[in-house]
Design a protein around this ligand. Structure first.
Ligand SMILES: *Cc1c(COP(=O)(O)O)cnc(C)c1O
Length: 732
């Protein structure tokens, strides 16, 4: 008998409210679990957690998996013990109201999008940790984008791939070396169902190639009001190797990649058509899905009898393209052989030559040595292109200037819309309750407005500090739990496990660093001078502790060595219990870190961080950013809302840049961050630090919210594209 059953047995048969059968109650819980709306509702999350807190954690916070362990009768008993009936009813009613569409921003701002929605294509979607079809920043951005589109009431449908093994789980071995484990996701535990066409039948899409055809089925996942359609090649009609095609995100070679991109782009457009959806705007979030444009051209030629050139012009007018990659090598490129094998049949229907097709993906169309680049295709076939921060806009215009050789750099038609984060997903419940007390009553529907956040200064500094420290304690408990489990799994001694259970001190300034372990992000910058780091960490009066997390791409050996170096610092007596590596960075680990740290550290080699969003999540919860002036921080930092490393200068080579940035990092820590944190008044409050937390929240939370971002996309990309206006996006 489980603990819960034992409790239930003691309480005896509970009485449900009249008219609510166990089955009806169960149905309501299932309805809540089957729309990812729940994932940004603290009350619904708490409801699921309360049903069985231990299993909830063990099941990766997956409510469908949790409910599958209940019968309606057992659920009813549990609900009775905890008096959950009214909470379940209330949550269910709120979901119904949300879905039936209360007045939203969208009602008055989306104009022509109302009749034909935006189709948003992305390679990964990071909506919640229990839906593992994302790896990192790009996915979480897409997830946040569609959540805000849902909240604002922007008519939008999202399209991507379903990866049934997702991205890998990270475990470090005893030497600190990263191991990768791929788990098969149980489809029945995910909030998705076969997508059905107007005739009610599940749809599949077919794609011819020169060698063998590909098929994909289509899933529907509900993310609030936004339907997310996911294509999946695991169908019996496919050849065995093709059934695995969409198994892994970022797995396989270039041939796997182009086949996946064929399914996402061409397959994605066909899926929408089969669903009876005709989008008015196509938004390609990064180049992976850019083949969608070719299929859209084919559709117009076939359905409307247009010429290739006319159809191309029309598709481009209705397409918006977002680039995310500031390094030339980071863009997908394919050789002519792969392109012809996979796009040959489509090319036949378009009536264009191989050279013409290749030209669409080349900077110099006639250059036979140039491969086909997806970003070039995206830029050529969209009339509106944007980078994801102001600085990234400059970098992108310079990088692609040769596509428009007749223009000066400032006139290259790539603008920027800076990334933002979905506030309700990243703001802790505790902070939200604090804000609820001082902010305008309707603030959660106006989070993209600056005025709303000015009320942060009305909050009592002591209360803000106390709330922050509550969250910090939760984070430290989470890390201790995780790390002691890691030690046990690796078969370490009982002393090691016990030490992990007792490490970390809530009174110590805590710095967090969580991100992909790509070498340009320089996780080890702070280890440039170990003596200086030791002096700070072990300072008797004003010590420091550091939390690290992040995955390296399976093929990135230098990234893995970096993880190993940092993870192994735990054996160094100078750092034991003060520098900690938390395994398996994902949305859950990220959420804990950004909600609980004092300082969020970001020190990439400028200008390689296109935007970055984790620091924006930290802002919402009162953490202060300590960052190189790169990506979003280059436009966010104002001298009083966080800390800057360096002045945004670039040096002649990486070695000099790294050395200078390390010096700057130490200087800021020693002279600004540490003194400010430990400067306490007679009540023990760091008044100047708290002031800076308030400055950070008031000046940044609204600007770097996904609501502001999506509203910007509506105004400067979607609406002009829907109207077919051919002016370029303004370069701001
Ligand atoms: C937010 C987030 C990211 C992106 O953070 P960056 O600041 O861009 O590095 C990556 N991974 C996860 C799991 C996240 O939640």
């Amino acid at each position: 008998m489980s603990q819960i059953d034992a409790v239930t047995a003691r309480v005896g048969q509970p009485l449900a409210p009249i008219g609510l059968t166990p089955e009806a109650l169960f149905e309501k819980c299932n309805a809540l679990a089957r729309n990812l709306w729940w994932s940004w509702q603290p009350e619904v999350i708490n409801l699921f957690r309360d049903l069985d807190p231990i299993r909830w954690r063990q099941l990766d916070h997956n409510p469908i998996a949790l409910l599958s362990e209940f019968t309606p009768e057992r659920l009813e008993m549990r609900a009775a013990e905890l008096v959950l009936f009214s909470r379940i009813n209330h949550a269910y009613r709120r979901l119904k109201e949300y879905m039936s569409g209360p007045p939203t921003w969208g009602r008055t701002h989306v104009g022509v999008l109302g009749s034909r929605p935006v189709a948003y294509f992305s390679w990964e979607f990071g909506v919640h940790e229990s839906v593992p079809i994302y790896s990192g920043g790009l996915g979480v951005l897409s997830g946040d984008h569609i959540k805000s589109a849902s909240g604002l009431g922007v008519p939008l449908v999202a399209v991507g791939l379903f990866y049934d093994q997702g991205y890998f789980k990270q475990h470090l071995d005893i030497d600190g070396y990263q191991g990768e484990e791929y788990l098969n996701t149980k489809v029945e535990n995910l909030p998705m169902e076969p997508a059905r066409g107007p005739d009610g039948k599940p749809i599949t899409v077919h794609i011819e190639t020169r060698k063998s055809p590909l098929m994909a089925k289509v899933w529907l996942m509900r993310v609030g009001r936004v339907p997310l359609y996911l294509l999946d090649c695991d169908v019996k009609e496919n050849r065995p190797e093709d059934r695995e095609l969409t198994a892994r995100l970022y797995g396989g070679d270039n041939r796997t990649r182009i086949r996946q991109e064929l399914v996402a782009g061409v397959g994605g457009v066909r899926a929408l058509k089969a669903l009876g959806i005709s989008p008015g705007v196509c938004h390609l979030n990064e180049g992976h899905s850019a083949f969608a444009t070719l299929e859209a051209i084919r559709e117009q030629m076939k359905d409307d009898g247009k010429s290739f050139d006319d159809a191309l012009r029309d598709v481009a007018r209705h397409t918006a393209f977002t680039t995310h990659t500031p390094v030339p090598a980071g863009h997908d490129r394919f050789d002519g052989g792969l392109i012809e094998e996979h796009l040959g049949p489509l090319r036949d229907e378009l009536g264009i030559s191989f050279e013409q097709l290749m030209g669409l993906g080349r900077v110099e169309p006639q250059n036979e040595h140039e491969p086909f680049c997806m970003t070039v295709l995206g830029l050529k076939l969209s009339r509106r292109a944007n980078a994801v921060s102001s600085l990234h806009g400059h970098v992108s215009r310079r990088m692609w200037a040769h596509l428009w050789p007749w223009r000066v750099e400032e006139e290259i038609p790539i603008g920027h819309i800076t990334n933002g984060v979905h506030v309700k997903s990243w703001l802790s419940h505790q902070m939200q309750q604090l804000y609820d007390r001082q902010f305008p009553a309707d603030w959660t529907t106006r989070m993209g407005e600056p005025e709303v956040w000015q009320d942060i200064y009305r909050i009592d500094p002591g209360e803000l500090w106390e709330t922050h420290n509550t969250l910090k304690n939760l984070l430290l408990a989470f890390v201790r739990r995780r790390v002691s489990r890691q030690c046990r799994r690796r078969g370490e001694s009982d002393e090691a496990v016990e030490a992990a259970r007792n490490m970390l001190d809530p009174n110590v300034l805590t710095i967090g660093f969580g991100r992909r372990f790509a070498t340009y992000k320089r996780a080890d910058l702070i280890m440039t001078d170990m003596d200086r780091l030791t002096a700070m960490v072990a300072d008797a009066k004003r010590p420091l502790q550091l939390l690290f997390a992040g995955k390296a791409h399976p093929a990135d050996e230098p990234g893995k060595q970096l993880i190993k170096r940092i993870a192994n610092l735990r054996h160094d007596p100078r750092f034991t219990g003060r520098i900690v590596f938390v395994e398996d960075y994902d949305i859950n680990v990220c959420r804990h870190l950004i909600q609980g740290v004092d300082v969020w550290l970001n020190n990439p080699r400028r200008p390689l961080e296109a935007s970055g969003t984790s620091g924006q999540k930290a802002v919402l919860n009162g953490a202060l950013n300590l960052s190189v002036l790169d990506g979003w921080w280059a436009e966010a930092y104002d001298g009083a809302n966080g800390f800057a490393i360096g002045k945004g200068t670039q040096h002649v080579n990486d070695a000099i840049t790294d050395a200078r940035d390390a010096q700057e990092l130490y200087r800021v820590l020693e002279q600004e961050v540490i003194p400010l944190y430990y400067d306490r008044d007679i009540d023990g409050l760091p008044q100047h630090w708290i002031r800076r937390m308030m400055n950070s929240i008031s000046s940044l939370a609204w600007r770097f919210s996904a609501d502001r971002m999506v509203a910007d996309y509506v105004r400067s990309a979607y609406l002009p594209a829907a109207g077919g206006l051919s002016c370029d996006m303004s370069v701001r």
